[in-house]
Design a protein around this ligand. Sequence first.
Ligand SMILES: Cc1cc2nc3c(=O)[nH]c(=O)nc-3n(C[C@H](O)[C@H](O)[C@H](O)COP(=O)(O)OP(=O)(O)OC[C@H]3O[C@@H](n4cnc5c(N)ncnc54)[C@H](O)[C@@H]3O)c2cc1C
Length: 289
Amino acid sequence: MTDDMYDISILGCGPAGLSAAVNAFIRNKRIIVLGMEVCSPPLHKAQKINNYLGFYGINGQELLDKFLEHARAMQIAIRHSKVELITINEDGTFNLLVDGEVLNSRSIIIATGIPYKPTLPREEAYLGKGLGYCATCDGPIYRDKDVIIVANDAEGEAEAQYMAEICRKVYYLSLYKNIGKLDSRIEMIRDKPSEIMGNGCVKGLLLKSGRVIEAEGLFVLGGETAPDRVIPGLEIVENHILVDRDQKTNLPGVFAAGDCTGKPYQVAKSVGEGQVAGLNASQYAGSRN
Ligand SMILES: Cc1cc2nc3c(=O)[nH]c(=O)nc-3n(C[C@H](O)[C@H](O)[C@H](O)COP(=O)(O)OP(=O)(O)OC[C@H]3O[C@@H](n4cnc5c(N)ncnc54)[C@H](O)[C@@H]3O)c2cc1C
Protein backbone atom coordinates (compact mmCIF):
# COMPACT_ATOMS: atom_id res chain seq x y z
CA MET A 1 0.00 0.00 0.00
CA THR A 2 1.31 3.45 -0.85
CA ASP A 3 1.64 6.47 1.49
CA ASP A 4 -0.61 8.58 -0.70
CA MET A 5 -3.54 6.24 -0.06
CA TYR A 6 -6.60 7.83 1.60
CA ASP A 7 -8.58 5.63 3.97
CA ILE A 8 -11.86 7.19 2.85
CA SER A 9 -12.76 9.47 -0.05
CA ILE A 10 -16.05 11.28 0.47
CA LEU A 11 -17.95 12.56 -2.56
CA GLY A 12 -20.07 15.52 -1.44
CA CYS A 13 -19.71 18.25 1.18
CA GLY A 14 -23.41 18.59 1.98
CA PRO A 15 -24.88 17.41 5.30
CA ALA A 16 -24.32 13.69 4.54
CA GLY A 17 -20.71 14.09 3.35
CA LEU A 18 -19.71 16.40 6.21
CA SER A 19 -21.32 14.16 8.82
CA ALA A 20 -19.43 11.18 7.38
CA ALA A 21 -16.22 13.23 7.39
CA VAL A 22 -16.55 14.32 11.03
CA ASN A 23 -17.19 10.76 12.21
CA ALA A 24 -14.39 9.21 10.15
CA PHE A 25 -11.97 11.94 11.21
CA ILE A 26 -12.72 11.24 14.89
CA ARG A 27 -11.65 7.66 14.16
CA ASN A 28 -8.30 8.94 12.96
CA LYS A 29 -8.86 8.06 9.34
CA ARG A 30 -7.05 9.80 6.53
CA ILE A 31 -9.91 11.32 4.57
CA ILE A 32 -10.54 13.59 1.62
CA VAL A 33 -13.84 15.44 1.09
CA LEU A 34 -14.70 16.53 -2.44
CA GLY A 35 -17.58 18.71 -3.58
CA MET A 36 -18.57 21.75 -5.58
CA GLU A 37 -18.04 25.38 -4.53
CA VAL A 38 -21.55 25.57 -3.00
CA CYS A 39 -21.37 22.57 -0.73
CA SER A 40 -25.10 21.88 -0.60
CA PRO A 41 -27.14 23.52 -3.37
CA PRO A 42 -30.51 22.44 -1.84
CA LEU A 43 -29.64 23.65 1.65
CA HIS A 44 -28.33 26.90 0.19
CA LYS A 45 -31.78 27.42 -1.39
CA ALA A 46 -33.84 26.51 1.71
CA GLN A 47 -35.41 29.61 3.29
CA LYS A 48 -36.20 28.05 6.64
CA ILE A 49 -35.40 24.72 8.24
CA ASN A 50 -37.90 24.04 10.99
CA ASN A 51 -37.33 20.34 11.57
CA TYR A 52 -33.61 19.97 12.28
CA LEU A 53 -33.37 19.40 15.99
CA GLY A 54 -31.86 22.26 17.96
CA PHE A 55 -31.97 24.86 15.16
CA TYR A 56 -35.66 25.82 14.88
CA GLY A 57 -36.28 28.45 12.18
CA ILE A 58 -32.71 28.57 10.92
CA ASN A 59 -32.06 29.63 7.34
CA GLY A 60 -30.63 26.85 5.10
CA GLN A 61 -27.39 28.69 4.29
CA GLU A 62 -26.86 29.48 8.00
CA LEU A 63 -27.21 25.80 8.86
CA LEU A 64 -24.77 24.89 6.08
CA ASP A 65 -22.32 27.49 7.42
CA LYS A 66 -22.54 25.87 10.85
CA PHE A 67 -21.81 22.44 9.35
CA LEU A 68 -18.82 23.87 7.46
CA GLU A 69 -17.55 25.71 10.57
CA HIS A 70 -17.70 22.42 12.45
CA ALA A 71 -15.62 20.69 9.78
CA ARG A 72 -13.13 23.59 9.65
CA ALA A 73 -12.76 23.59 13.45
CA MET A 74 -11.67 19.95 13.17
CA GLN A 75 -9.19 20.87 10.38
CA ILE A 76 -11.15 18.86 7.82
CA ALA A 77 -10.25 20.29 4.43
CA ILE A 78 -12.63 20.29 1.49
CA ARG A 79 -11.34 20.07 -2.04
CA HIS A 80 -13.74 21.90 -4.36
CA SER A 81 -13.54 19.49 -7.26
CA LYS A 82 -15.81 16.99 -8.91
CA VAL A 83 -14.94 13.30 -9.04
CA GLU A 84 -15.26 12.30 -12.69
CA LEU A 85 -14.70 8.56 -12.46
CA ILE A 86 -13.83 5.88 -9.92
CA THR A 87 -12.27 2.59 -10.93
CA ILE A 88 -11.69 -0.46 -8.75
CA ASN A 89 -8.23 -2.06 -8.65
CA GLU A 90 -7.62 -5.80 -8.42
CA ASP A 91 -6.68 -5.46 -4.73
CA GLY A 92 -10.04 -3.79 -3.99
CA THR A 93 -8.66 -0.24 -3.61
CA PHE A 94 -10.01 2.64 -5.68
CA ASN A 95 -8.61 5.18 -8.15
CA LEU A 96 -10.48 8.49 -8.36
CA LEU A 97 -10.10 10.76 -11.36
CA VAL A 98 -10.23 14.38 -10.13
CA ASP A 99 -9.17 17.39 -12.27
CA GLY A 100 -7.00 15.08 -14.37
CA GLU A 101 -5.24 13.76 -11.24
CA VAL A 102 -5.60 10.21 -9.88
CA LEU A 103 -6.22 9.81 -6.13
CA ASN A 104 -6.01 6.45 -4.33
CA SER A 105 -8.38 5.31 -1.63
CA ARG A 106 -9.25 2.24 0.42
CA SER A 107 -12.96 3.09 0.61
CA ILE A 108 -15.53 5.48 -0.81
CA ILE A 109 -18.57 7.28 0.59
CA ILE A 110 -20.99 8.65 -1.98
CA ALA A 111 -23.00 11.60 -0.65
CA THR A 112 -23.81 13.32 -3.91
CA GLY A 113 -27.39 14.44 -3.25
CA ILE A 114 -30.61 13.93 -5.18
CA PRO A 115 -30.59 11.76 -8.25
CA TYR A 116 -29.30 12.97 -11.54
CA LYS A 117 -31.51 14.44 -14.24
CA PRO A 118 -30.09 13.69 -17.69
CA THR A 119 -29.42 16.62 -20.02
CA LEU A 120 -30.78 14.81 -23.12
CA PRO A 121 -33.63 12.33 -23.47
CA ARG A 122 -32.53 8.65 -23.62
CA GLU A 123 -28.87 9.37 -22.79
CA GLU A 124 -28.55 6.04 -21.00
CA ALA A 125 -29.47 4.10 -24.17
CA TYR A 126 -26.43 5.54 -25.99
CA LEU A 127 -23.91 5.45 -23.14
CA GLY A 128 -20.75 3.75 -24.45
CA LYS A 129 -22.31 3.64 -27.93
CA GLY A 130 -21.03 7.00 -29.07
CA LEU A 131 -22.13 8.94 -26.00
CA GLY A 132 -19.67 9.81 -23.27
CA TYR A 133 -19.27 12.14 -20.31
CA CYS A 134 -15.52 12.81 -20.41
CA ALA A 135 -14.13 14.01 -23.72
CA THR A 136 -10.51 13.97 -22.57
CA CYS A 137 -10.91 10.33 -21.43
CA ASP A 138 -12.56 9.02 -24.62
CA GLY A 139 -11.03 11.53 -27.04
CA PRO A 140 -8.60 9.18 -28.79
CA ILE A 141 -11.51 6.97 -29.94
CA TYR A 142 -12.77 9.91 -32.00
CA ARG A 143 -9.51 10.86 -33.69
CA ASP A 144 -10.30 12.26 -37.17
CA LYS A 145 -14.02 11.86 -36.58
CA ASP A 146 -16.82 14.40 -36.00
CA VAL A 147 -18.05 15.00 -32.44
CA ILE A 148 -20.68 17.14 -30.78
CA ILE A 149 -20.14 18.58 -27.32
CA VAL A 150 -23.20 19.62 -25.32
CA ALA A 151 -21.88 21.61 -22.35
CA ASN A 152 -23.81 22.55 -19.24
CA ASP A 153 -21.05 24.87 -18.03
CA ALA A 154 -17.81 26.54 -19.05
CA GLU A 155 -15.75 23.50 -18.06
CA GLY A 156 -16.74 22.09 -21.47
CA GLU A 157 -14.62 24.72 -23.23
CA ALA A 158 -11.26 23.18 -22.28
CA GLU A 159 -12.50 19.76 -23.40
CA ALA A 160 -13.68 21.22 -26.71
CA GLN A 161 -10.24 22.79 -27.25
CA TYR A 162 -8.64 19.41 -26.63
CA MET A 163 -11.01 17.64 -29.03
CA ALA A 164 -10.35 20.29 -31.70
CA GLU A 165 -6.72 19.12 -31.72
CA ILE A 166 -7.59 15.53 -32.59
CA CYS A 167 -11.04 15.41 -34.21
CA ARG A 168 -12.00 16.22 -37.78
CA LYS A 169 -14.81 18.51 -36.65
CA VAL A 170 -16.06 19.67 -33.23
CA TYR A 171 -19.52 21.17 -32.78
CA TYR A 172 -20.08 23.01 -29.50
CA LEU A 173 -23.57 23.52 -28.13
CA SER A 174 -23.59 25.48 -24.89
CA LEU A 175 -26.45 25.34 -22.43
CA TYR A 176 -25.00 28.27 -20.45
CA LYS A 177 -24.39 31.97 -21.06
CA ASN A 178 -21.09 33.91 -21.37
CA ILE A 179 -19.19 31.49 -23.56
CA GLY A 180 -15.44 32.14 -23.65
CA LYS A 181 -13.30 32.42 -26.78
CA LEU A 182 -13.07 29.09 -28.56
CA ASP A 183 -10.66 27.76 -31.18
CA SER A 184 -11.68 28.76 -34.73
CA ARG A 185 -11.86 25.03 -35.61
CA ILE A 186 -14.84 24.64 -33.25
CA GLU A 187 -18.27 25.37 -34.71
CA MET A 188 -20.63 27.01 -32.24
CA ILE A 189 -24.21 25.78 -32.43
CA ARG A 190 -26.71 28.41 -31.32
CA ASP A 191 -29.72 26.15 -30.85
CA LYS A 192 -31.19 23.74 -28.32
CA PRO A 193 -30.75 19.94 -28.40
CA SER A 194 -33.87 17.92 -29.00
CA GLU A 195 -33.07 14.25 -29.59
CA ILE A 196 -30.11 11.91 -30.04
CA MET A 197 -30.13 10.39 -33.53
CA GLY A 198 -29.04 6.83 -34.32
CA ASN A 199 -30.32 3.31 -34.22
CA GLY A 200 -28.29 1.73 -31.38
CA CYS A 201 -25.23 3.98 -31.85
CA VAL A 202 -24.96 7.76 -31.96
CA LYS A 203 -25.27 9.11 -35.49
CA GLY A 204 -25.98 12.72 -34.62
CA LEU A 205 -28.17 15.20 -32.80
CA LEU A 206 -31.52 16.65 -33.80
CA LEU A 207 -31.86 20.29 -32.77
CA LYS A 208 -35.02 22.17 -31.78
CA SER A 209 -34.82 24.13 -35.05
CA GLY A 210 -35.09 20.84 -36.97
CA ARG A 211 -31.43 20.87 -38.07
CA VAL A 212 -29.60 17.55 -37.77
CA ILE A 213 -25.89 17.51 -36.96
CA GLU A 214 -24.25 14.26 -37.96
CA ALA A 215 -21.42 12.97 -35.77
CA GLU A 216 -19.93 9.72 -34.49
CA GLY A 217 -19.40 11.03 -30.96
CA LEU A 218 -21.54 12.99 -28.53
CA PHE A 219 -20.29 14.30 -25.20
CA VAL A 220 -22.56 15.66 -22.49
CA LEU A 221 -20.37 17.67 -20.14
CA GLY A 222 -20.91 19.39 -16.82
CA GLY A 223 -24.20 19.38 -14.95
CA GLU A 224 -25.00 16.59 -12.58
CA THR A 225 -23.32 13.20 -12.67
CA ALA A 226 -25.28 10.06 -11.92
CA PRO A 227 -23.48 7.96 -9.25
CA ASP A 228 -23.44 4.81 -11.39
CA ARG A 229 -21.68 6.82 -14.07
CA VAL A 230 -19.03 7.79 -11.53
CA ILE A 231 -18.64 4.18 -10.31
CA PRO A 232 -19.74 1.71 -12.97
CA GLY A 233 -21.43 -1.35 -11.46
CA LEU A 234 -23.12 0.50 -8.61
CA GLU A 235 -26.62 -0.87 -8.08
CA ILE A 236 -29.38 1.70 -8.51
CA VAL A 237 -33.01 1.02 -7.70
CA GLU A 238 -35.63 3.54 -8.82
CA ASN A 239 -33.00 6.22 -9.30
CA HIS A 240 -31.42 5.80 -5.85
CA ILE A 241 -28.30 3.97 -4.70
CA LEU A 242 -29.26 0.69 -3.06
CA VAL A 243 -27.86 0.49 0.51
CA ASP A 244 -28.38 -1.70 3.56
CA ARG A 245 -28.68 -0.48 7.15
CA ASP A 246 -24.88 -0.15 7.34
CA GLN A 247 -25.03 2.18 4.31
CA LYS A 248 -23.13 -0.45 2.32
CA THR A 249 -23.76 -0.57 -1.43
CA ASN A 250 -23.44 -3.67 -3.61
CA LEU A 251 -19.73 -2.85 -4.15
CA PRO A 252 -17.36 -3.82 -1.30
CA GLY A 253 -15.80 -0.70 0.26
CA VAL A 254 -18.37 1.66 -1.27
CA PHE A 255 -20.89 3.29 1.08
CA ALA A 256 -23.61 5.85 0.33
CA ALA A 257 -25.57 8.35 2.43
CA GLY A 258 -28.08 11.19 2.16
CA ASP A 259 -30.52 12.12 -0.60
CA CYS A 260 -28.74 9.84 -3.09
CA THR A 261 -30.01 6.76 -1.20
CA GLY A 262 -33.68 7.74 -1.27
CA LYS A 263 -36.50 9.70 0.34
CA PRO A 264 -37.18 11.50 2.60
CA TYR A 265 -34.86 14.16 1.20
CA GLN A 266 -34.08 15.72 4.57
CA VAL A 267 -31.13 17.08 6.51
CA ALA A 268 -31.61 14.86 9.58
CA LYS A 269 -31.71 11.68 7.49
CA SER A 270 -28.62 12.80 5.57
CA VAL A 271 -26.67 13.57 8.75
CA GLY A 272 -27.72 10.25 10.32
CA GLU A 273 -26.83 8.17 7.29
CA GLY A 274 -23.57 10.11 6.93
CA GLN A 275 -22.62 9.12 10.44
CA VAL A 276 -23.36 5.43 9.86
CA ALA A 277 -21.44 5.50 6.56
CA GLY A 278 -18.50 7.31 8.22
CA LEU A 279 -18.27 4.74 11.00
CA ASN A 280 -18.62 1.70 8.76
CA ALA A 281 -16.21 3.00 6.13
CA SER A 282 -13.69 3.66 8.93
CA GLN A 283 -14.04 0.07 10.09
CA TYR A 284 -13.71 -1.23 6.53
CA ALA A 285 -10.64 0.89 5.76
CA GLY A 286 -9.07 -0.14 9.10
CA SER A 287 -9.51 -3.80 8.23
CA ARG A 288 -7.66 -3.28 4.91
CA ASN A 289 -4.62 -1.47 6.33
C1 LIG B 1 -35.92 24.58 -1.22
C2 LIG B 1 -35.52 23.44 -0.30
C3 LIG B 1 -35.97 23.42 0.99
C4 LIG B 1 -35.60 22.38 1.86
N1 LIG B 1 -36.08 22.39 3.13
C5 LIG B 1 -35.71 21.41 3.99
C6 LIG B 1 -36.19 21.40 5.34
O1 LIG B 1 -36.93 22.29 5.76
N2 LIG B 1 -35.78 20.39 6.15
C7 LIG B 1 -34.95 19.40 5.72
O2 LIG B 1 -34.58 18.55 6.51
N3 LIG B 1 -34.49 19.38 4.44
C8 LIG B 1 -34.86 20.34 3.56
N4 LIG B 1 -34.40 20.32 2.26
C9 LIG B 1 -33.61 19.15 1.80
C10 LIG B 1 -32.13 19.17 2.24
O3 LIG B 1 -31.51 20.38 1.83
C11 LIG B 1 -31.43 17.95 1.64
O4 LIG B 1 -32.10 16.78 2.10
C12 LIG B 1 -29.96 17.85 2.05
O5 LIG B 1 -29.24 18.98 1.64
C13 LIG B 1 -29.32 16.59 1.44
O6 LIG B 1 -28.00 16.50 1.84
P1 LIG B 1 -26.95 15.58 1.03
O7 LIG B 1 -25.66 15.77 1.76
O8 LIG B 1 -27.48 14.24 0.83
O9 LIG B 1 -26.84 16.22 -0.42
P2 LIG B 1 -26.52 17.70 -0.91
O10 LIG B 1 -26.75 18.68 0.17
O11 LIG B 1 -27.29 17.87 -2.18
O12 LIG B 1 -24.96 17.66 -1.23
C14 LIG B 1 -24.49 16.94 -2.34
C15 LIG B 1 -23.02 17.21 -2.52
O13 LIG B 1 -22.48 16.31 -3.47
C16 LIG B 1 -21.54 17.00 -4.30
N5 LIG B 1 -21.33 16.22 -5.52
C17 LIG B 1 -22.23 15.79 -6.45
N6 LIG B 1 -21.61 15.07 -7.41
C18 LIG B 1 -20.29 15.01 -7.05
C19 LIG B 1 -19.15 14.41 -7.64
N7 LIG B 1 -19.22 13.71 -8.76
N8 LIG B 1 -17.95 14.59 -7.02
C20 LIG B 1 -17.84 15.29 -5.86
N9 LIG B 1 -18.91 15.88 -5.26
C21 LIG B 1 -20.11 15.74 -5.85
C22 LIG B 1 -22.18 18.36 -4.47
O14 LIG B 1 -21.22 19.29 -4.87
C23 LIG B 1 -22.63 18.60 -3.01
O15 LIG B 1 -21.52 19.01 -2.26
C24 LIG B 1 -34.76 21.34 1.40
C25 LIG B 1 -34.30 21.37 0.07
C26 LIG B 1 -34.68 22.39 -0.77
C27 LIG B 1 -34.19 22.41 -2.20
